[in-house]
Design a protein around this ligand. Structure first.
Ligand code: MRU
Length: 353
């Protein structure tokens, strides 16, 4: 990755402010949970895995100065911190996965001194960063099996290094294949309304030396009809146990098009983004965001005053449109209910990656 998306400085959480990219590369050092929550909510740090890591580091920020004298009051404080951070965004399950992981760690240490628990929380968050590097690489290695030299892929939103601590999920196979000397071309959907494709994917690919062509969202059908792309790779914010995939708004349209044009539609999904407690995508909470993002993109009014707006940030692609799900434990093909169950069982028996 050309930049580090999220890191711990020793005192604060350092993120690259993604709202300013690609115009300005600016880092923010965040030392309190109010600023951290705002950074997640306003997409300064975004992308499911990066949000999870930010949340875990946020837990430490929230409790590091706790004066709690016993575990019960410390645990209550930690829960308040988690509930507060968890209220920033509802769809990416990594956020809740990380908060639950931190709370479970604290529960396992209930008989230890509070200072020791605080340190363990920080170490767990730092472990998540290291794990994420390994996960991205493993997804890259598995996903690269689907890429041949000279192929072009289409992606939507940004599921690259900026969305993770490592080098991404959906873009990881491209980076991995490029490391092996294969030439892969990326078509990046601009991704209205917040333009993660134009601002982030295009920037990140260019910085990494990956050939990239930016298209506006309504050009995807044409690009497919003209045979310019041979596969679609997207990330996910939450995938249900049956393989239904929540991802950035517009992903569903891309999946339907890929189906029509018989182009494989691949979803890169770390296990932390798969919610096995949900049977189907219908149960995934979808974030609705401020109408201004649609009517006043980047501060410029483009719609009449007072117009009604619908602004869901994500959509759900039914599993029938998904060719395969690329996890860090391998590629899962339909039927997904069985395949994903098997991967989770394997992960539980052989823990380390
Ligand atoms: O609203 P965002 O920018 O956080 O949405 C991000 C996405 O939809 C990504 O595709 C998803 O989080 C996967 S990132 C590896």
């Amino acid at each position: 990755m050309p930049v580090e998306t999220i890191a711990w400085t020793g005192q604060s959480v350092r993120i690259i402010d993604q709202t300013l990219l690609p115009i300005e590369v600016k880092y923010l050092d965040i030392g309190d949970i109010e600023t951290l929550r705002e950074a997640i909510k306003s997409l300064r740090v975004r992308g499911a895995p990066a949000i999870g890591i930010a949340a875990a580091l946020g837990c430490y920020l929230g409790v590091r100065r706790s004066a709690a004298g016993d575990f019960a009051s410390f645990r209550a404080e930690l829960k308040r911190v988690c509930d507060y951070i968890g209220s920033a965004r509802p769809t990416a399950v990594n956020l809740f996965w990380a908060l639950e992981r931190i709370q479970a760690l604290a529960d396992r240490m209930s008989d230890r001194p509070i200072e020791q628990i605080k340190h363990a929380i920080l170490n767990e968050a730092l472990d998540m960063i290291e794990e994420d590097h390994r996960i991205c690489r493993a997804i890259g290695r598995h996903g690269a099996e689907l890429l041949r030299d000279g192929m072009s892929i289409l992606t939507h939103c940004n599921a690259g290094g900026l969305a993770t601590a490592g080098y991404g999920t959906a873009l990881a196979p491209v980076f991995y294949a490029a490391e092996q000397g294969r030439r892969i071309h990326v078509y990046a959907d601009e991704t209205r309304p917040l333009l993660q494709g134009a601002r982030l994917t295009a920037w990140e690919c260019r910085e990494a030396g990956i050939p990239v062509t930016l298209i506006s969202d309504n050009m995807a059908a044409t690009v497919m009809a003209q045979g310019k792309v041979q596969a679609v790779f997207v990330g996910t914010d939450r995938t249900a146990a049956n393989g239904d995939v929540a991802n950035k708004i517009g992903t569903l349209g891309v999946a339907v098009l890929a189906h029509e044009f018989r182009i494989p539609f691949y979803v890169a999904a770390p296990l932390s983004s798969i919610d096995m407690s949900l049977e189907s995508g219908e149960q995934i909470p979808i974030e609705e965001r401020n109408p201004d993002e649609v009517t006043h993109p980047f501060g410029r009014q483009i719609a009449p005053d007072g117009i009604e707006v619908y602004n869901p940030a994500f959509d759900v692609t039914p599993h029938r449109y998904v060719t395969a799900i690329i996890t860090e434990r391998g590629i899962v093909r339909p039927p997904f209910t069985e395949g994903l169950r098997r991967v989770f069982d394997e992960a539980n028996t052989r823990r380390s990656l």
